[in-house]
Design a protein around this ligand. Structure first.
Ligand SMILES: Cc1ncc(COP(=O)(O)O)c(C=O)c1O
Length: 433
């Protein structure tokens, strides 16, 4: 029988090391919020393949939609012989996007591809080149998106030169002492010292930073950015790739601010595990590039569209937006209770069910504990829980369980996490009594 360690040896010999593995557990099958490895061991999945499975692994309705699609059409290329599901999905996305301005959409395959194309659309529309992004942001690993990504190691170092004309400003982060006002002042300062705002095509922001550490942009900050972009004719791009599709207790996290972004990038949970992404935006901006300027052979594949249409039905019918809020409350309550016992947890924060704990030494925000975080990912897996780390300092554990998870499985997963953390920090727990 194939086992994890044999596979890991084969992997080391055959697969480039540039793609990292958080665990050396090889997945064989999965259902909703559970996953089994090649040795038959069962795990509760708090990672969802990095936020892809808000509707769970192999949701029956997604599987049925895919099976039907497999029997009809797997590829045509929308640019050659278009198909209805692409159009229908764009109609649904246009209706779901925040704000009243008429929308149009275009489909792609990956998150990075959506961000690349949002940038192209913004540049074409404004005939400007510069872009503002945030420190700690993650927008992808392609040349343009790694430039927008606000973390050098491991994403940018050695891969230069970067795309010119990209500027980073601090993301507001109360826990690390960066206020929204300081972030806004940094943009004003940038406009004074380095960058003519009349040259700025776009400002891109994640309403909740994903890879960066689940830091939440305050709603009033997003409103200030909206005003700033309006003042200077800058296209405001919301990157909802990790935060979208009910995860935060709203369909899109931007809804909490009441702000209508000009463009929005979505991917991950849009299609329940099938590669699909989209740029949704104000029709007048979306229509700026001429025919042929945007697209891709696999962009908006029939399988991706079929899965996404089923996902949108599941989110609505199973009321996953509301479920995300309930799960979020349970997570926050339970993790805050753990924080009271465990000094290694510096902060518990979340928006809906996008919840994280930040691990530190001596209860100090300026002493991130990346070693403990790495150890906790491994110790949780050893107990049967798949969980992900993130954060600019590598010291954040994020919960991204399917929104279709049962209360029983959520609690079981939290118990495993708690037991693993208690084991690893036994001395510290005892010291606080
Ligand atoms: C906010 C955000 N933007 C963009 C991306 C890139 O998406 P992909 O890995 O599908 O290219 C990610 C992936 O984690 C993300 O979280």
């Amino acid at each position: 029988m194939v086992n994890n360690s044999d596979l890991h040896r084969r992997r080391a010999a055959a697969v480039a090391r540039g793609i990292a593995n958080s665990l050396s557990v090889y997945a064989q099958r999965a259902e909703n919020a559970e996953l089994w490895d090649v040795e038959g061991r069962r795990y509760i999945d708090f990672a969802s393949g990095i936020s892809v499975l808000n509707t769970g692994h192999r949701h029956p309705r997604v599987v049925a939609a895919l099976q039907q699609q497999l029997g009809e059409l797997t590829h045509a290329c929308f640019q050659v012989t278009p198909y209805e599901s692409y159009v229908a999905l764009c109609e649904r996305l246009n209706a779901l996007a925040p704000g009243q301005t008429p929308k149009k959409s275009i489909l792609f395959s990956t998150g990075a591809e959506a961000v690349e194309n949002a940038l192209k659309i913004a540049r074409y529309h404004t005939r400007r080149s510069a872009v503002i992004a945030f420190s700690g942001a993650f927008h992808g690993r392609t040349l343009a998106t790694m430039t927008l990504t606000g973390k050098v190691q491991p994403y940018k170092a050695g891969f230069g030169p970067m795309l010119p004309d990209v500027f980073h400003v601090p993301f507001p982060c109360a826990y690390h002492g960066v206020t929204a006002q300081q972030s806004l002042s940094a943009i004003e300062q940038l406009f004074k010292s380095d960058l003519d705002p009349a040259r700025v095509a776009a400002l891109i922001i994640e309403p909740v930073q994903g890879e960066g550490g689940f830091y939440i942009a305050p709603p009033e900050f997003l409103r200030s950015l909206r005003a700033l972009c309006d003042q200077h004719g800058i296209v405001l791009i919301a990157d909802e790739i990790q935060s979208g599709f009910a995860r935060t207790g709203r369909m899109f996290a931007f809804e909490y601010s009441g702000v209508e972004p000009d463009l929005m990038t979505v991917a991950k949970s849009i299609a329940g595990g099938v590669p699909l992404s989209a740029v949704i935006g104000k029709a007048a901006i979306m229509d700026a590039p001429p025919p042929g300027g945007l697209g891709g052979t696999y962009a908006g594949s029939p399988l991706g569209c079929a899965a996404a249409l089923a996902v949108l039905d599941v989110i609505a019918d199973e009321q996953l937006v509301e479920r995300a809020r309930v799960l979020g409350t349970q997570l926050m309550t339970r993790l805050k209770a753990l924080q009271a016992k465990c000094p290694a947890i510096g902060e518990v924060r979340g928006l809906g069910s996008m919840v994280a704990i930040e691990l530190v030494k001596n209860r100090r925000a300026d002493q991130p504990d990346a070693d403990l975080t790495r150890a906790l990912v491994q110790a949780s897996a050893a107990r049967g829980l798949v969980i992900l780390s993130c954060g600019i300092y590598g010291n954040v554990i994020r919960v991204l369980s399917p929104l279709t998870i049962s209360d029983a499985l959520l609690n079981e997963g939290l118990e495993l996490l708690e037991a693993a953390l208690t084991d690893l920090t036994a001395g510290q727990m005892a010291a606080t009594g």
